[in-house]
Design a protein around this ligand. Structure first.
Ligand SMILES: [Zn+2]
Length: 115
């Protein structure tokens, strides 16, 4: 294990604690501007590599959670329809958290079970 690996840690899903897969370009890149993915617990996530896009990245994670349905995503209410988590200081290159100079943010969304 290298020094870097000891100081850093893998990115973990805020909801289930499993390591998430590296965000990757999503299939529908007309709809999705940022890299993202989905955890095995059903949470979706989206990477803001610059820590400047904030709201747009969070919105995309919600649209991913709604399977591309923008109207549905915009109707969701925080804490009622979904829970939100963030992973900060993420390095997409190393796929580690707390890596030196890492300032990416991963926004995670998990929809509450169907009403
Ligand atoms: Zn998860």
């Amino acid at each position: 294990m290298t020094l870097l690996e000891r100081k850093t840690k893998p990115p973990l899903c805020p909801f289930c604690g499993q390591e998430i897969a590296p965000p990757r370009p999503l299939e529908d890149n007309f709809l999705y501007e940022f890299d993202g993915g989905e955890c095995s617990c059903g949470a979706t996530y989206c990477l803001d590599p610059t820590a400047r896009n904030g709201g747009a990245v969070l919105m995309q994670a919600m649209v991913q959670a709604c399977r591309g349905d923008w109207d549905k995503a915009q109707d969701l209410s925080s804490d009622i329809d979904y829970v939100e988590g963030v992973i900060t200081r993420y390095s997409p290159l190393a796929h580690r958290v707390n890596a030196p100079g890492a300032f990416g943010t991963i926004y995670c969304i998990r929809l509450n079970s169907k009403k």
